[in-house]
Design a protein around this ligand. Structure first.
Ligand SMILES: [Zn+2]
Length: 131
């Protein structure tokens, strides 16, 4: 396995590329339908499957739209371009600068785990122990 890349893309960008790849998969599957046109039921299956992928990507695009309205618009401190944040930690859409809303995490290495419920629970536990 290769080393995980230290460059993080913003969540919205990630979901967007996921939706785009779904469209491509959909078209490839439909293309498979053209090759199997001698077998009508197989062709129909390919087309329906391909259509489902394209539909799914439309749903994902719609979902991105919903997420974007909920995301916090901020100005990136590094490239000074406007970007949007989802969750406690995210990356800038333009320069991939890791961003955080949590002062406790500032200066720490960017990690997806800060968004997980498990990590939040762990934080609560630690806070309790300090009392
Ligand atoms: Zn930036």
């Amino acid at each position: 396995m290769s080393e995980p890349k230290l460059v993080y893309s913003s969540k919205i960008n990630k979901i967007r590329s996921f939706a785009l790849s779904l469209i491509f998969i959909g078209f490839i599957v439909m293309y498979g339908g053209i090759f199997s046109k001698k077998i009508p039921w197989l062709m129909v299956t390919f087309f329906i499957l391909g259509l489902l992928f394209v539909l799914l990507s439309c749903i994902v695009y719609f979902w991105i739209g919903m997420l974007s309205t909920k995301a916090l618009p901020i100005t990136c401190p590094t490239c000074e371009k406007p970007t949007k944040m989802l969750g406690r930690v995210d990356a800038c859409m333009h320069c991939k600068q890791p961003l955080t809303l949590d002062e406790n995490l500032e200066g720490m290495e960017f990690d997806e785990k800060y968004n997980s419920r498990k990590y939040k629970r762990q934080l609560k536990k630690e806070a309790k122990n300090h009392d």
